[in-house]
Write a protein that binds this ligand. Structure first.
Ligand SMILES: *[C@@H]1O[C@H](CO)[C@@H](O)[C@H](O)[C@H]1NC(C)=O
Ligand SMILES: *[C@@H]1O[C@H](CO)[C@@H](O)[C@H](O)[C@H]1NC(C)=O
Ligand SMILES: *[C@@H]1O[C@H](CO)[C@@H](O)[C@H](O)[C@H]1NC(C)=O
Ligand SMILES: *[C@@H]1O[C@H](CO)[C@@H](O)[C@H](O)[C@H]1NC(C)=O
Ligand SMILES: *[C@@H]1O[C@H](CO)[C@@H](O)[C@H](O)[C@H]1NC(C)=O
Ligand SMILES: *[C@@H]1O[C@H](CO)[C@@H](O)[C@H](O)[C@H]1NC(C)=O
Ligand SMILES: *[C@@H]1O[C@H](CO)[C@@H](O)[C@H](O)[C@H]1NC(C)=O
Ligand SMILES: *[C@@H]1O[C@H](CO)[C@@H](O)[C@H](O)[C@H]1NC(C)=O
Ligand SMILES: *[C@@H]1O[C@H](CO)[C@@H](O)[C@H](O)[C@H]1NC(C)=O
Length: 886
């Protein structure tokens, strides 16, 4: 009997093992994976073993096409998932693609996924991944694509990343990486896409080894801290289609041979660097331009046949805001696919060739503020796709070709500050023209009447020319926002609506103009205009102008706000979390916009209590305009504060900042502040609790003053800044903000907020230097609040503010005064201790700073009161640093 049993077991075991690993168990693997995931939108409802749906048909699951069906791809993007990414998923034997992008996973890089033997693509883009790239990233040796972009990954990229030899896509963009690039870049021989953009702390040269990666198609290094020269080795990257090095700190020139290799280049962007020198003359010599290029070619005659076909795919060419000089690479103008040319704010010279007509896709040209010396070619008017042509501040000359505005989509023309002459041609074809500036040239003749027929013309600036004749009546019908014809030689009557009907109208400097409100009234005007009515009109004009200015300003603000909004969506907000927070910058901003949190005031900004989706509460302090701290300094300062670990100081969990605001994220305590407690009508804390609060606050201050390195001052001690946890343990908040906003901003903000605050030591009013004794004074005031049970600043029935220090001092000067100030709600058995505490408070609030005891002594004195009431407890030792390890 016994032997049959063993035998059965022996046969069942391998069989059940088979069941678990066969196709049916894949559903169980997925369900176990799902168990550790939080799915607030219930997106994974189809993942269930109760429905009859085969797991290959579950949301986000793709299976192998050939039987036996097996999961090959798990794609759960954008489902607001959070929780744990469990390595259970690696038990799917054929899992090749795992995409968890656009979720809220809040954890370090999940190294354990390296157990997934077949995994080729791992996409964790746009989550809340934090921490450093660990050395063990090398375990992902078989990955083909790794996307960790748009997270909070920080620290140096380790050398070991060089073992990911199969990588074709490496995207670490929009993180907080720092340091310089490891030298192993050359190991990624299969790499096609390299994205290290938007890592402002990544301060590095571009490694020469990049030239070895001859499969590279996209190199995105923009908006990081790259400095030094663009390596010559770029020339080898024949497959390159997108090269973005913009907004870095690159210096030197562009490699002279660059143009020869970039046959596949679609987008070339080196804008906003510190590049200098002339541009490679060989770059992008297009067909048919050979002759034109010859005279601009000051280099080694790279006019070989190979160069004729270069760059035929180039669509976007952006080299603006650098220090380039010499001739602009002429071939660019006539490339068949070119859409965008931006070269403004350099020192380019050269001509705009007539062959620009061959640039059949050209939409936008911005070459303002250079030294182009050229006529405007007839060919320009033949480009039917052009909608913006902006070439102000150059040496352009000659007459405008009659067709210069013939593109049917032309919207913006800026030719101001050049040397154009002759007449302004009639403009008829550009029905979409919105803005035309021809200011500061030497145009002569009359303002073309056809301007009045352009249906959407809004900005018209013809100022500082030599225009004559009268202002066309028909312009009255245009809905102009700007009409500037000042400083010409115009004459005659100004149509009335052009004087008063426009937001901004500039007519001065035309002695011949006449009309109401102008220096000259027209000769056929009715006599009898007296001075009074004239000045009335002048007033009217001034107010119109003012209104215009306001409207324009409002628009500018609106546009700026909108663009800054857009920017913030694009990630100009940077955040650093010292704690795994399930929150994004956008959550914070929205929570505060919607006033969802409870807000309360405070120095430098408001506090918001925000309920995170995870149920955690955080307190966020929004500080506006925090001075001129660079983000590097700022990060360092906040880190200094965030490293403080003391039971009586609130923890800073992280911060995020943009150019004009910073959000400090603090832990949130349930009972609110000491001020909240004392000011509530039914305030009734027993003395032992009050004493514990006093000791805690004193210990927190001692820690800041003496134990923490660097030594800090709190500088804003008050009962509102003493938070109380569930066990009535106090925690100081709002500390040392001077380190973040800067001394000047701190002083002025504090001065305006609390000029009369009775927490402020009297010497604050005449000395600028902050001292420990000032904190001690403020602490004394808080202690008085605890002893008296009254809040420090109260207004009495006659609206006089009652300073608690003065009130107490006045009372105790009379007989039995001390008895009158202590809180009557406290049992009289504690009277002696109360007197002791009152004495400490009075010493702390001494008018003479040198008479105030250091906080460490205050701690001892208070603790001796405490132990008196709870003898023989020796719970607190005087040297108690109470620091909790990180
Ligand atoms: C499958 O469903 C049953 C209930 O229908 C449940 O008890 C079991 O735990 C589920 N299996 C898994 C792996 O979730
Ligand atoms: C998935 O669903 C489709 C259509 O509903 C069905 O034809 C197919 O057989 C299902 N696949 C599996 C493996 O159940
Ligand atoms: C996903 O989360 C974001 C941010 O937490 C929230 O704004 C959005 O409404 C959520 N989406 C859905 C469909 O719940
Ligand atoms: C799935 O994985 C198993 C085990 O590694 C392997 O035998 C099988 O060939 C794979 N199937 C496919 C379609 O790749
Ligand atoms: C990762 O997912 C995001 C969001 O869908 C996508 O934009 C990105 O291209 C993916 N990365 C890779 C390497 O496929
Ligand atoms: C990079 O490649 C070289 C040469 O193939 C190799 O010796 C080195 O170990 C690789 N580096 C890493 C980190 O794998
Ligand atoms: C650029 O480089 C200069 C000098 O090398 C340095 O002073 C400056 O801070 C850098 N700027 C940025 C934005 O990295
Ligand atoms: C280009 O050069 C060739 C010979 O060098 C000459 O015949 C032709 O006329 C030139 N074309 C132009 C447009 O200058
Ligand atoms: C404007 O035109 C007049 C007459 O032709 C000429 O004398 C004067 O120099 C011109 N002014 C400028 C600034 O070109």
């Amino acid at each position: 009997m016994a032997s049959t049993c063993t035998c059965t077991l022996f046969f069942i075991l391998p069989f059940s093992f088979f069941i678990l690993t066969s196709a049916s168990s894949e559903a169980d693997i997925l369900l176990t994976f799902k168990d550790s995931i939080e799915d607030p939108m219930n997106s994974l409802s189809s993942w269930s073993n109760t429905t009859s749906t085969h797991h290959c048909n579950w949301t986000g699951i793709t299976c192998t096409t050939s039987p036996p069906l097996s999961v090959s791809s798990v794609n759960l993007q954008g489902l607001n998932l959070s929780g744990e990414i469990s390595s259970f998923i690696c038990q799917l034997p054929n899992l090749t693609h795992l995409n968890l992008a656009n979720n809220l996973f809040n954890q370090p890089i999940p190294l354990h996924l390296s157990q997934c033997g077949s995994l080729e693509t791992l996409n964790l883009s746009n989550n809340l991944i934090w921490g450093t790239v660990p050395d063990k990233i090398s375990q992902f040796g078989s990955l083909v694509a790794l996307d960790l972009s748009r997270n909070h990954v920080e620290g140096k990229i380790p050398e070991s990343i060089g073992s990911l030899k199969n990588l074709q896509v490496l995207n670490l963009g929009s993180n907080l990486l720092s340091g310089s690039l490891p030298l192993v870049l050359g190991n990624f021989t299969a790499l096609i896409v390299l994205d290290l953009s938007q890592n402002p702390f990544l301060v590095s040269e571009i490694p020469t080894a990049i030239g070895k990666l001859d499969k590279l198609e996209q190199v995105l290094l923009q908006s990081s801290g790259f400095y030094g020269a663009i390596p010559d080795s770029f020339v080898g990257l024949k497959g390159l289609s997108v090269l973005d090095l913009s907004q870095n700190n690159l210096t030197g020139g562009v490699p002279q041979t660059l143009g020869l290799s970039l046959t596949n280049l679609v987008s070339f962007d080196v804008s906003e660097n510190k590049l200098v020198g002339s541009f490679p003359s060989g770059i992008c010599n297009a067909k048919g331009l050979v002759n034109l290029s010859v005279h601009t070619n000051s280099f080694n005659g790279s006019m070989s046949n190979t160069s004729i076909h270069e760059c035929l795919n180039l669509e976007r060419f952006q080299i603006q805001n650098n220090g380039f000089s010499g001739d602009f690479p002429c071939g660019i103008w006539s490339l068949p696919k070119i859409m965008l040319i931006r070269a403004e704010n350099n020192r380019f010279s050269g001509e705009i060739p007539d062959s620009i007509s061959m640039a059949g896709q050209l939409e936008q040209v911005q070459i303002d503020n250079n030294s182009f010396i050229s006529k405007l070619p007839h060919g320009l008017g033949l480009v039917r796709s052009l909608y913006r042509f902006s070439a102000s501040l150059n040496g352009l000359y000659g007459e405008l070709p009659p067709n210069f505005c013939d593109s049917p989509v032309m919207s913006i023309i800026n030719l101001s500050h050049n040397y154009f002459s002759g007449q302004i041609p009639e403009l008829k074809s550009c029905r979409k023209l919105v803005s035309l500036s021809l200011a500061d040239n030497t145009f002569v003749g009359e303002i073309p009447e056809s301007l009045a027929e352009l249906p959407v013309l809004t900005y018209l600036d013809l100022s500082h020319n030599n225009l004559t004749g009268s202002i066309p009546e028909e312009l009255q019908n245009q809905k102009l926002a700007l009409f500037n014809v000042s400083f010409n030689r115009l004459s005659g009557r100004v149509p009335y609506s052009l004087i008063s009907g426009l937001p901004a109208s500039f007519l001065q400097g035309n002695p011949g103009l006449c009309g109401p409100g102008l220096p000259n009234s027209c000769s056929d005007d009715k006599l009898g205009h007296n001075v009074a009515s004239l000045s009335k009109l002048a007033c009217a004009m001034i107010s119109v102008a003012l209104a215009a200015a306001i409207v324009i300003l409002a628009c500018v603000f609106y546009v700026m706000r909108r663009s800054s909004k857009r920017k913030s969506e694009m990630g100009v907000w940077r955040s650093v979390f010292f704690y795994p927070l399930r929150v994004t910058e956008n959550d914070l901003i929205m929570a505060m916009d919607e006033k969802a949190g409870r807000a309360s005031g405070g120095a430098f900004g408001r506090y918001y209590i925000i309920n995170l989706p995870s149920g955690e509460l955080i307190a966020v302090k929004k500080i506006l305009k925090f001075g001129s701290q660079s983000s590097k300094n700022l990060k360092a300062e906040v880190k200094t504060l965030a490293k403080i670990r003391h039971k009586n100081i609130t923890r800073i969990l992280g911060f995020c900042h943009s150019n004009d605001a910073i959000f400090l994220i603090y832990e949130c305590l349930p009972r609110g502040s000491l001020w909240d407690l004392i000011s509530s009508p039914d305030f009734e804390l027993p003395w032992s609790v009050r004493l514990r609060i006093a000791v805690g606050v004193a210990q927190g201050l001692t820690y800041l003053h003496r134990d923490y390195v660097p030594h800090l001052l709190h500088r804003n001690v008050k009962s509102k800044n003493v938070l109380v946890d569930a066990e009535f343990e106090p925690k100081l908040t709002d500390f040392s903000l001077d380190r973040i906003v800067g001394e000047a901003a701190f002083q002025s903000s504090l001065a305006s907020e609390s000029a009369s605050s009775c927490y402020m030591a009297p010497e604050c009013r005449y000395t600028k230097k902050a001292t420990e004794q000032m904190d001690t004074y403020s602490f004394g005031v808080v202690l008085l609040e605890l002893v008296t049970g009254r809040i420090a600043e109260q207004t009495d029935s006659r609206d006089n503010s009652l300073d608690i220090v003065k009130w107490v001092r006045r009372k105790i000067n009379i007989t039995n005064g001390a008895l009158q100030v202590i809180d009557p709600k406290i049992s009289s058995s504690y009277q002696q201790e109360l007197f002791g505490a009152l004495d400490i408070a009075l010493r702390c609030t001494s008018v003479m700073p040198e008479k105030r005891p250091p906080m460490s002594e205050v701690v001892k004195a208070l603790q001796s009161l405490e132990s008196r009431s709870r003898l023989p407890s020796l719970e607190f030792s005087a040297s108690d640093g109470s620091s909790v390890p990180l």
